[in-house]
Design a protein around this ligand. Structure first.
Ligand code: ADP
Length: 670
């Protein structure tokens, strides 16, 4: 899947999540709101029931009190007094009446709070309602109510009056009626607890919704809650209505909704933070993808093979260079454990042991391990492996990472280089020999001339033999000895050249430094004599032996000595007595573990100019007409092959010191 599709899918999922959460939250808020409304409605219903109960019990109490007024022993005046007092205590009552059994009014008392309510119509204005109440009461043999009716007042206002009538029965005989008129408005204000009307409105309504009387607050807010209850009284039924108002929209009607809203807000905040986090993560992922692509391109372009293995030795990663090296595709390498498919079968046990050591926690050397791998076609090839532990983010080791270098090409190059060096050295040796040939012939002339002259003596003697045989033999043996001596000398000269040219074995051996010098001494002496130079040797017999290829090192010494002698010879200002070539071998005092010896070849020639010094070791650089310019270059290579170093510096008061080092061994190491 491409990154683009991947991110698209992620955004779609996120969108879905946001939509779901939003729906859920909306539903929650709506439910909480609905719950809150139902709570309000329930409370209102409860209060309406309570209000209706209050009214009913108030009316009942009044009925009982009115019954109490009918005590048998009371005179009409007593009744008037009691009734007046009762009216004073009960504002909801507008008037009280005593009626004859034929319903004629016997006594009529008005409430002191509402005098003259019926003035406009006369005391009989409510008669029809009172009569119907009394008729109902008579039929029910108990208190009864009649339908309310509206009585307009002189001041323009009006009152809704409900009539009540209760038959008075004494010893089974109807003796009259007690009638009363209730003001519905005052019933609401007197009998209903003010707590219901403080913020709400209570009213009596007819079944068609007409409001008869109301009490309490006017509408304060847009949303209205309504609750209605029937107040059924004997003979008459009314509806009590309670109205309450609430502002809309009301977002925090109670704690529950507030909590839900708070949770919703927190959820939205968390979603927002998560989305921001996701955006950042997405950016990081894109960067990571870029980095990965970069890394992959880098790994693919490497010529070094890369291989990762886990702690069990299974291959977990290889780069294309590694696959190419061993000639196997990635899928045939991944997951492979011991023995790896590129191990030569004959090495499996050795490599297995090495692997076991590695897995046991022994880190391989940092400078790399040389090994041999096998290509798919069975060809073995040398490799150099560098391994490093693979650490995860918790710094725990999860395996090993190896860089594998195919060193077959390098080996081939090294081999070629070595062969060409050898050829060069052989050529240089031959050149030196050729150069010496002229000196040899000159040097050999001497012993040969001597031999010749020594030989003429015996020949003359043999041609003219001496009479004394003893004298004869003495003269002959003397001459022969001289001849033999000279021949031996000539032989030595030739042999030293032969030795020098023939010896080609590369073996390193222990050689005492003094022997190195002694071996080249005849050849040096030859040249020294020719050029009129004195040779000084400062080399103790006590010095430890050096480990070297003696032929090579002898050639180095010879080269340096020859260069020094030639330099002095060419220097016209030098006195004959100052022409001294010194060979010094010393053991420097160092604290290092390894033992080295310093070899110095010192001449008193003109020294080396800055210009010459820069090219001193460049092949074919020479200032001599017959020179080849290879000597010093070869010398340095030979010394470096032995692990040593070569340098030169001016010698005081004049001349040059060529110094090189060679590894030596102590008798202890020996
Ligand atoms: P070649 O002897 O064939 O010229 P070398 O490599 O031995 O080649 O020397 C290179 C050059 O370095 C010489 O030609 C010479 O100029 C200079 N050189 C070498 N040794 C000395 C020395 N001891 N004093 C002065 N010059 C030297």
């Amino acid at each position: 899947m491409t990154w683009h599709l991947y991110f698209m899918r992620r955004w779609v999922l996120w969108g879905l999540l946001v939509a779901l959460v939003a729906t859920l939250l909306g539903a929650l808020v709506w439910l909480a709101w609905r719950y809150e409304l139902s709570q309000v409605q329930d409370r209102l219903d409860r209060e309406t029931i309570e209000a209706v109960g209050d009214i009913r019990s108030g009316l009942n109490r009044n009925t009982q009190s009115l019954q109490a007024l009918q005590a048998l022993d009371k005179t009409i005046d007593d009744w008037r007094n009691d009734a007046t007092l009762f009216l004073r205590q009960h504002r909801e009552l507008v008037r009280l009446e005593l009626r004859e059994p034929d319903l004629k009014t016997k006594l009529f008392i008005e409430s002191p709070f509402r005098l003259g309510v019926f003035d406009r119509y006369g005391t009989d204005s409510a008669a029809s309602q009172t009569v119907s109440a009394c008729n109902i009461g008579k039929r029910l043999s108990g208190p009864a109510y009649a339908n309310s009716n509206y009585i307009s007042q002189t001041d323009g206002a009006g009152l809704e009056i409900m009539d009540f009538c209760m038959p008075i029965v004494v010893k089974g005989q109807l003796t009259g009626y007690v009638a009363a008129s209730y003001s519905l408005l005052d019933i609401l204000s007197e009998m209903v607890s003010p707590q219901y009307t403080k913020t709400q409105q209570i009213s009596f309504v007819e079944s068609d919704g007409t409001r008869l009387a109301m009490q309490g607050m006017q509408q304060t807010a847009r949303r209205t809650f309504v609750s209605q209850q029937l107040l059924d009284l004997p003979g008459h039924t009314m509806v009590v209505k309670l109205e309450s108002w609430r502002a809309t929209p009301d977002f925090f009607p109670n704690v529950l909704t507030a909590i839900v809203l708070l949770l919703a807000l927190s959820l939205i905040t968390v979603l927002f933070l998560l989305a921001r986090d996701m955006r950042r993560r997405q950016r990081a992922e894109l960067n990571l993808a870029d980095a990965l692509a970069f890394r992959k391109a880098m790994e693919d372009s490497l010529v070094t093979g890369l291989r990762a293995r886990d702690n069990q030795g299974r291959i977990t990663y290889v780069n294309p260079a590694f696959c190419e090296m061993v000639g196997l595709p990635v899928d045939q390498l991944l997951g492979q454990a011991i023995p790896e498919p590129y191990w030569p079968p004959e090495m499996v046990s050795e490599y297995g042991q090495r692997q076991a050591l590695r897995l046991a926690g022994n880190a391989p050397p940092r400078k790399g391990v040389e090994s041999v791998f096998m290509r798919q076609n069975g060809e073995r090839f040398p490799v150099l492996i560098f391994e490093a532990p693979l650490l995860n983010t918790q710094d725990e080791q999860t395996g090993w990472m190896s860089a594998v270098l195919d060193s077959s090409e390098q080996r081939r190059t090294e081999e070629l280089h070595r062969a060409s060096m050898e050829r060069l050295q052989a050529t240089a040796r031959l050149a030196t020999v050729g150069e010496m040939a002229s000196m040899l012939s000159h040097e050999l002339n001497q012993p040969l001339a001597a031999i010749l002259s020594y030989a003429t003596g015996p020949i003359n003697i043999l041609e003219n033999p001496l009479p004394d045989s003893q004298q004869l033999s003495h003269a002959l043996s003397g001459a022969m000895h001289h001849i033999a001596h000279q021949a031996e000398r000539a032989g030595q000269v030739i042999k030293s050249v032969q030795d020098f040219v023939r010896r080609q074995d590369q073996a390193r051996e222990k050689v005492a430094p003094i022997h190195l010098i002694q071996n080249i001494m005849p050849l040096m002496a030859l040249q020294a004599k020719k050029l009129g130079i004195k040779i000084q040797v400062d080399c103790s017999h006590e010095l430890p032996p050096v480990i070297c290829d003696r032929t090579m090192v002898e050639q180095v010494l010879l080269n340096l000595a020859r260069n020094g002698m030639q330099a002095m010879h060419l220097d016209g200002h030098l006195n004959l007595k100052d022409r001294v070539l010194s060979l010094k071998v010393q053991q420097p005092k160092t604290g290092s573990q390894r033992l080295w010896l310093n070899f110095e070849v010192i001449d008193c020639g003109p020294g080396i100019s800055q210009e010459v010094a820069q090219n001193l070791f460049t092949p074919f650089f020479t200032t001599k007409a017959e020179g080849m310019g290879l000597g010093l270059r070869l010398c340095r290579t030979v010394i470096e092959q032995h692990g040593g170093a070569m340098e030169h510096q001016p010698h005081q008061p004049r001349g040059t010191v060529f110094r090189f080092t060679l590894p030596a061994i102590t008798s202890f190491q020996d």
